[in-house]
Design a protein around this ligand. Sequence first.
Ligand code: NAP
Length: 480
Amino acid sequence: MTNVYEAYSVINGKQQDGGATTIYNPSNLSEHVGILHDVSSPVVEEATEAAKHAQQAWASLSGLKKGATLENLAVKLEENKEDIATLASSEMGKPIKEMKGEVARGVQLLRYYAAEGSRSDGDVIPAADPQVHQYSKRVPLGVVGVITPWNFPVAIPIWKIAPALICGNAVVWKPAKQAALTASKIMDVFQEVLPAGLINMLIGSGSQLGNTLLEKATIDALSFTGSTATGLHAAAICASRNIKYQTEMGGKNVAVVLDDADLDKTVSAILSGTFTSAGQKCTASSRIVAEKTIMPALKDKLKTAVAELRVGEALDEQNFLGPVSSKDQYEKVNGYISLAKKEANVVAETETIASDQEGYYIQPLIVEGVDANHTLAQEEVFGPFAVLLEAEDFDEAIDIANHTDYGLSASIFTNDLSRSHQFLERSEAGMVRVNLETAGVEFQAPFGGMKMSSSHTREQGQAALEFYSETKTCAIKHNG
Ligand code: NAP
């Protein structure tokens, strides 16, 4: 990149000055990508006030008019797809092909929720008295606080903001610092069609700015995606303030391989599920559980396939995966890699990095030789790493698959219809799949987890409309 992008918070349509932090490209640590001008906690209330003011006018518009604005946002996002994808890849290291796909997902989400502006938002309910007309309707919540992670810097903010807007709410958005250049670019693009104050975006640290949003701001709801530790903290504060909340959090997702699986297709899905985005997906497959009889053949194929993976700069379309996003991520993931090299056995590893640049590159790795209770099989690594676990039979495979505090996504690879159905029924995960990788749930389907992965609400599709609105039950008696 030649341009250095300057990122600002936006309140009531105006950019805010603030401190300056230089951002370097994780694919090439000598490349200066942008400057973050971060703000501090006192502006949070200003942003909330601006949102409150804008929300009243916005809520009074017809659904069709709101939908037309969302459609215009979709057009703007589509026009700027290349620039946004390139900036995000340079900021947090996601391969450019994946980033372009993610921006396209953002466009689809905006169009999906734009269309909701012309759909029914309630029911007519029969009343005991024929003179009473009884109905329910969805009404907005007011101002929604949105806190997002860095690993899907476009799709996750939009899958929260688009349904929030179509339900008549305004937004105060705190993106992750690691993806704030991208957030600012999205705001630049959206500002051309957005009413001032409808989305206010604040760049600053989670522990200060984010925490002020949770503890002090007069928000009416919070939608959070990030780690389980931060999500539980956010949920506790929202519960104490009786603010409606949803938290989508970490995962330790599993790919189960049964003895009749088509191994070529299975290995291809496992590589994609485990190593795209350098494994930094909440839905990444980080445990592979295989029946004993198929284990030797699976290991052979994984060894060959992982050795051939191409790791390198995020903007090079030839590369299957890029670096991890930051120094913190690099150190955290390498901690698990060192533990794996000490306590487990290598099954498959990528030998080389296809880049001369100094970056946060980590060689993809699959290990075996630890049991299902081991740290490597229990903690979310969030890097290009998976642990292989052996099961005697199908029942044991399901037990191991469910042996985790998390419950986000689970896949099975088999051609056996009966065992597929049993897996879908018995799996303790919010998204369960057969012959498909653990990642990649489509925008029109509910997205979310069970157990410690979620507050048990769902995002995307129709489920998001439930979160971003409240149901009002209305009854009117016609006298005479
Ligand atoms: P994180 O550290 O929990 O941060 C998430 C967001 O919370 C960031 O915007 C962060 O701001 C902010 N934050 C941090 N501390 C806060 C506090 N005390 N109060 C309020 N906000 C605070 O998570 P991350 O590292 O960005 O993302 C990776 C995690 O997200 C992984 O665990 C992954 O599994 C999970 N994830 C889950 C889903 C899902 O749908 N289930 C999807 C994607 C990612 P700063 O960046 O400024 O610290």
